[in-house]
Design a protein around this ligand. Structure first.
Ligand code: NDP
Length: 282
């Protein structure tokens, strides 16, 4: 029978573990603090920011909210980041994306101190991941590793195929699977004969950004399938990059959408906030 990997349950467990750790840190006199910056009032961003604040509240992380106007200049935003970088009482800084068009996203993300970069997007943290040093790891791929491990799925020695090479999902995912001793292939839009490659996978991660593109003929019998995609279908219901109904019967384990990878992203953001305390002490 196919194992449905329950991201809701696993993320809840991680949040409970973090709650205990945060309470312990408080007893030692350390309060974990996350600063969240939102520029403008994009409704989808507001939903994400609110979910992050709620998770902080549940775990006991203090969240500082900076909801600044759409017209804020790049210079003003960089000054705010400098101020937060210098504050001893702020452990993590998160800038909600996307930013308005007049602000250079890369410049802003690069300005966040690598020691407070809880999203794991700073080039120093990406480099650290690449060469196996400690640092923050991008939350969605880090969450996928937790889903696999906590579901008893062995990665070492397995043929892993990641479809997608974005900086926030595909590339760090491939590096993390490699770190866990998987044999990793990255596929992308220029890959020839995608199905031939994906059908080799014992673990297939779809981060392609195309609704239900991965049908049963992309998947080997008994594979583990991780669906990173989030889309709304024609009936306004959430769906992933994987055509769940056709793929699920063929695989040994699969993540659903919703309730698979999605909930793990915030849990790992919270994990990174807690982790920031020890990274900053190193
Ligand atoms: P991007 O659009 O940045 O990257 C998509 C990748 O897929 C690219 O590398 C692209 O290749 C590749 N690709 C596109 N079309 C094809 C194709 N036909 N065949 C093979 N490869 C293809 O997306 P993200 O990585 O940011 O996100 C991927 C998905 O995950 C999205 O649906 C997004 O909404 C979702 N997501 C979910 C999160 C969660 O918390 N669950 C968090 C982040 C993202 P190329 O590089 O050649 O263009």
């Amino acid at each position: 029978m196919t194992q449905v990997i329950d991201g809701k349950q696993i993320s809840a467990r991680i949040k409970d573990e973090l709650k205990e750790k945060v309470a312990w840190l408080k007893e030692q006199g350390t309060e974990v603090t996350l600063a969240v910056i939102q520029v403008g009032k994009d409704p989808a961003s507001s939903v994400y920011v609110n979910n992050k604040k709620k998770a902080c509240e549940y775990i006991g992380i203090r969240s500082l909210s900076y909801e600044i106007p759409e017209e804020t200049s790049e210079k003003e935003l960089l000054e705010l980041i400098d101020e937060l970088n210098n504050r001893q009482d702020v452990n993590g800084i998160l800038v909600q994306l996307p930013l308005p068009g007049h602000i250079d996203e890369e410049k802003v993300l690069d300005r966040i101190s690598p020691l407070k970069d809880v999203d794991g997007f700073h080039p120093q943290n990406v480099g650290a991941l690449c060469i196996g040093k400690s640092g923050f790891v991008s939350c969605t791929p880090a969450g996928i590793i937790q889903l696999l491990k906590r579901s008893g799925i062995e990665i070492a020695g397995k043929e892993c195929v990641v479809i997608g090479r974005s900086n926030i999902v595909g590339k760090p995912m491939a590096l993390l699977l490699l770190r866990e001793n998987g044999t990793v292939t990255i596929a992308h839009s220029r890959t020839k004969d995608l199905k031939e490659i994906t059908r080799r996978a014992d673990i297939l991660v779809a981060a392609v950004g195309r609704p239900k593109m991965i049908t049963a003929d992309y998947v080997k019998e008994g594979a583990v399938v991780i669906d990173v995609g989030i889309h709304r279908n024609e009936n306004n219901k959430l769906c992933g990059d994987v055509d769940y109904d056709s793929v699920a019967p063929k695989c040994s384990a699969i993540t659903p959408v919703p309730g698979g990878v999605g909930p793990m992203t915030i849990a790992m953001l919270m994990h990174n906030c807690v982790e920031s305390v020890s990274l900053q002490k190193m």
